[in-house]
Design a protein around this ligand. Structure first.
Ligand code: GN1
Ligand code: MG
Length: 369
């Protein structure tokens, strides 16, 4: 994360439709890509809080497309919640605060792009699940999210990162990194590279189903990590999902698979004690139930048949990305220690191995719902 600059945040805050006085700013350490700040304002005698975020434009090259997708998706959800008479809508959906000249983001003179959201109060996110209910809530939250966008009309959403979950391309990017070996790190990752190469046959399975038209494109979240679910501090029920930068056309199974990756082992993404990393059936069952209760009715039989496989595929896909970034010299994911991306890749590989052992039981359970 680049150095936190309070004067810069103060200057940025004046660009948005916020009419309070900035009191305090705290950097948020969650997330590998963007920079996030929680800002407290005194506004009309009340304390209010907002999220200011610097968008990583190396990763999101078209901030307009990102913000239009986010705004469109969240407005659609807001309209539906309002129609249902829900009273706390701004805790259940993201609210974009426009700039003072009505734009969805502010481009600074130094070229950086900033956006602002209402900070949802009384919610908490977790880096790993701590209860069975957490897994259920995650499945339900992202299932509801997908379901709520299924009836959106109008033009196709923009691809904010083209080919984002295309595992074939991720695999080929790894091969290119191995070949170039720009930081002479390949020799440190031989077992992980061998594992990836041995699993090549997995990478085209969903792509082929989509190419044949058996699995449809849907509007999906594409970053369904457990820490993107905001849970009410008191009830521990999911209130909303955040991090909508990659909301775009995708595959429902990629979302579910990434939930399996991040909620079925109660460990951190970079856990170094691999003996702790294990896909746990009770967590999977809760996750699967939560997800299928919400999104199950819209899925077709081809999607449903690959529910367990998707967990294995997404763990592999993200593992390939961490491994590639390690070899390339940590240029994409923010790292906090040497070898961090390699540690992350190892936990993903461990999860793939664990899911391989449980896959028939996982699918059998999904088929029973
Ligand atoms: C990145 O920054 P964060 O944590 O929201 C990444 C996801 C990965 C995730 C792995 C745009 O998300 O795809 O699954 O790290 N986001 C992007 O933790 O690449
Ligand atoms: Mg993200």
């Amino acid at each position: 994360m680049s150095a936190y600059n309070p004067a810069q945040i103060s200057q940025i805050s004046h660009q948005f439709q916020i009419y309070g006085d900035l009191q305090h700013v705290a950097p948020c350490k969650i997330g590998h890509i963007n920079e996030t700040y929680f800002a407290t304002y005194e506004q009309g005698g009340t304390t209010v809080r907002y999220v200011h975020q610097k968008l990583n434009t190396e990763v999101f090259k078209d901030p307009n497309a990102v913000m239009n997708n986010i705004d469109r998706a969240s407005r659609h959800q807001r309209r539906k919640l309002e129609a249902k008479g829900i009273k706390d809508v701004s805790r259940r959906v993201l609210t974009v605060i426009p700039t003072r000249n009505g734009k969805l983001f502010h481009q600074s003179t130094d070229g950086t792009c900033w956006r602002t959201f209402v900070l949802v109060e009384g919610v908490k996110s977790y880096e790993s699940v701590t209860s069975l209910d957490h897994a259920y809530e995650a499945g339900k939250a992202f299932g509801d999210f997908q379901q709520s966008l299924a009836d959106i009309t109008g033009p196709r959403f923009a691809d904010t990162i083209p080919h984002f979950h295309n595992t074939r391309r991720r695999f080929d990017a790894l091969l290119a990194a191995i070949k170039a070996d720009p930081c002479k790190r390949v020799s440190q990752a031989e077992p992980e590279i061998r594992f990836a190469l041995e699993h090549e046959k997995m990478v085209d399975v969903i792509l082929k189903e989509m190419a044949k038209g058996r699995i449809p494109e849907r509007i999906t979240h594409n970053d369904t990590k457990f820490n993107n679910v905001m849970l009410d501090e008191t009830t521990q029920k999911a209130m909303c999902v955040v991090d909508l930068d990659t909301v775009m056309p995708g595959c429902a199974l990629y979302d579910f698979g990434d939930m399996v990756r991040t909620t079925t082992s109660p460990t951190l993404e970079d856990e170094r004690d691999l003996s702790k990393v294990e896909m746990q059936m009770p967590l999977f069952k809760k996750l699967c139930r939560g997800y299928l209760e919400a999104a199950g009715p819209m899925l077709n039989r081809h999607e449903r048949a690959l529910v367990a496989f998707s967990g294995k595929l997404m763990s592999l896909t993200i593992g390939l990305r961490f491994l590639t970034d390690f070899i390339n010299g940590d240029i994409y994911f923010r790292v906090h220690r040497p070898g961090h991306n390699l540690d992350r890749a190892r936990t993903q590989i461990r999860l793939v191995q664990s899911i391989e052992r449980h896959e028939p039981a996982m699918q059998k359970y999904a088929d029973s719902i």
